[in-house]
Design a protein around this ligand. Structure first.
Ligand code: HBI
Ligand code: FE
Length: 274
């Protein structure tokens, strides 16, 4: 098992410039406004409880003083994307890897590699919720097993359609829980309000067969039964699923299947993403 310490770096919070903090504040202010009526209650409560917001780039040491007592999760700084096995090992130890860099002002609306705004503003609020905290740890442990069984593609799809791009059924209607949506102004509106994408009930086996797009807004969003209904990752059930799925074809990003629970069937007329 890889040594997770090899990938952790100091955040060096004092080295962020005034411009860096300004980029954060502008991103955070815009997302807070957009998410007020669109993110799950737990997400919004997490932002407030951890005070992730308006004062500039969070200092991980301070953030962790609030987060660790809640769920045992801590945020650690990493240089960028870490190798899969190291990523899974970190999650299995309740360490959430966050890039320490922030996008430049000219990258305000779009960056390719996740930066500290995506990683912290998008992901960390839900780490205050026990159901999500448990799910993400289980995901890391499942990833380490999947790596040994050649099923990493299934795990990557699961992460994509749950942690990054899930919606949830709530008493107020569909709400955003995925970090990839919650950190993107364009997709925050698109994921809930556009008539283009499909919105389909979350099914673990179905999701792990579904290919995804990394270059545009999603063609399909999967909907959890509630904001705390993260899938349970029983290893015996997962390995049985992977075995059964070995002979099955992948599902395309926009395909609808006979057994799907359809919330909305997309028109597929998609404006080009930002
Ligand atoms: N590293 N820092 C970082 N963040 C990620 O989201 C990430 C990663 N390495 C690998 C990875 N994600 C994916 O391969 C997994 O979702 C499967
Ligand atoms: Fe992410």
């Amino acid at each position: 098992m890889p040594d997770v310490q090899d990938h952790i770096i100091p955040q060096a919070h004092q080295t962020y410039t005034a411009e860096d903090h300004d980029v954060w504040r502008r991103l955070a202010a815009r997302q807070r406004d957009l998410l007020q009526s669109r993110a799950s209650r737990g997400f919004l409560a997490g932002l407030d409880r951890l005070d992730i917001g308006m004062t500039g780039i969070p200092d991980f040491a301070m953030l962790n003083r609030a987060l660790v007592p809640l769920t045992g999760w801590e945020v650690v700084a990493v240089p960028g994307l870490v190798p899969d096995l190291a990523f899974f090992s970190l999650l299995a130890e309740r360490k959430f890897p966050a890039g320490r860099f922030i996008r430049r002002p000219d990258q305000f609306d779009y960056i390719e590699e996740p930066d500290i705004f995506h990683d912290v503003f998008g992901h960390v609020p839900l780490l205050t919720k026990p159901a999500y905290a448990d799910y993400l740890e289980a995901y890391g442990k499942a990833g380490l097993v999947a790596a040994g069984l050649g099923s990493l593609d299934r795990l990557a799809r699961l992460y994509w359609y749950s942690v990054e791009f899930a919606l949830a059924k709530t008493p107020e209607g569909l709400r955003i829980v995925g970090a990839g949506i919650a950190s993107s102004p364009g997709e925050t509106v698109y994921a809930l309000e556009s008539d283009a994408p499909n919105r389909i009930g979350f099914d673990l086996g179905r999701v792990m067969r579904t290919r995804y797009r990394i270059d545009d807004y999603q063609e399909t969003y999967f909907v959890l039964d509630s904001e705390d209904s993260w899938p349970s990752l029983d290893m015996a059930a997962l390995t049985a699923l992977w075995r059964d799925q070995a002979a099955m074809e992948d599902i395309g990003p926009g395909d609808i299947m006979a057994n799907d629970i359809i919330f909305t069937r997309g028109t597929k007329r998609r404006p080009h993403a930002a």
